[in-house]
Write a protein that binds this ligand. Sequence first.
Ligand code: ZN
Length: 586
Amino acid sequence: MYFTQTFIPTLREVPADAVTASHRLMFRGGMIRKLANGLFAYLPLGLRAFRKVERIVREEMDAIGALEIKPTVVVPGELWKESGRWETMGEAMLRTKNRTGSDFVVSPTAEEAVTALVRDELASYRQLPLTLYQINTKYRDEIRPRYGVMRAREFVMKDAYSFHADEAGLDAAYTAMGQAYRRIFKRCGLSVLAVNADSGAMGGSSSEEFMVESDIGDNTLILCESCGYAANVEKAVCGDDFDPPPSLAEAEARAASAPALEKVPTPGVKSVEDLCAFFKTDGAKCVKTLIYKGINAESGILSGREVFFAVAIRGDTAVNEAKLAAAIGASEAVLADEADVARITGAPVGFAGPVGLTGIPLIADRAVTAVHDGITGALAADFHYVHAAYGRDFVPCLIADLRTVKAGDRCARCGGALYEKKGNELGHIFKLGDKYTRSMKARYLDERGQSQIPLMGTYGIGLDRTLASIIEEHHDDDGIIWPLETAPYQILLIPVSYTGAVKEAADTLASALEREGLEVLVDDREERPGVKFKDADLLGIPYRVVVGDRALRLDPPQVEVKRRGEKECLMVEINQAPRFLSNLFT
Ligand SMILES: [Zn+2]
């Protein structure tokens, strides 16, 4: 391909909103252009790189026996009503009506569509296991799309769905998929961290996230240097930094010898910091109480579309709302507003406490059970209790692990110190069980002719995000440094001036390289060599081959070969160059 015949509009300047390397370099390298906030068009060079990633993903899916299908992007709203997600997906799902008034969805994901397809065709256990995948466009109406194609509204995902007659079949597909993902990211040149998204520190994984470390990552990862424990902060657990939690009887016995509860005036003392300063103590001695609202809660203790409850947590720790929602089986847990807090506690925000709180359930974090001489709000403005004891002065109806694990906490597995990193999720594999197949009434007949619900797994990879992450990991100040397998072209051929003998030699060499099966871009622009070299570094094509007057006049004639990212050049005989370069790619 000749530069003047393709469309690679390189730029010197950087758009103001391009704060990440991948966004900046894809824009400057003429790979993408923005159509609207969160909507990007791939230009020819960008699309070539994208297709390389797509090919790797497709090859690895095919290799494990997954079958490619192509469902539609626009799907009937009815399917989402069947699964219940029409209600729960929220504003991120783009809904529309057609001219007859029927509801449609622009797919944010495809569990519903694929389950519906399989449901209608599945009859017998003999058809299982079955793994289908698509590489298709998705749309999510993100509030704040950012970082170019890293977090765009429209994007392409590979999503796969597997269907099984039993757990063993699901386990096997899940394991094979995890291995395929590791190969995909390795071929893309990405250092990926596989994060167990389950809460259990004990293994028995049913969900794994594939993360790349990134300063702009939207996930916080909790990692242990000693044993390799890695978890998303939403699910991360830590070891208790106190003796094992006491039973209620033990707590009562312990509290019996503690000083009696005492109500103390604390004018204007609201936050835990205020409290620590006022009583000259630390957060571990305080019990912070927060009023929460659970949305669509479905546990034994709490159920309803909107239910209020109190959460008691040690003052030096923070509530993890994802864990909290999971503990009460709610889709979401949000802090109650000031008016609700005042109504429920009878005091302004800052003075809630577990002692004497009535009317709503009290839930406590595990660590609160260790507090037997604590400070807490007294449900009255400008008053706190001191000497509050779990088991004597307050008894929660549920004790759960609700704390946000942070750097410095102890690893639950090995006791080592945990640390934090930001990460971006590129892929996720997940055992769904019968969540969708049950709600959408998929059935098959087993060996005895009995009707059964198939088990299901779901497995996604964001392709645009993977491409952007490759650039994040492989670039320098001058531009991209493509790994061999994902480069949009393999060879950039630069005639120092595209005229006369140099032009002739460059054209002949380009044809010979293409006959070797290499992908060649010839920079035939009428630009100074300096401009061409700068763009060569920007575009990051793995091998730069320079055809110049002087080297051509040598006997035998030579060209200069340079690997992007390396300083040294190599002189190669022009006649040997095609074989020499093709060997570098095999
Ligand atoms: Zn550890």
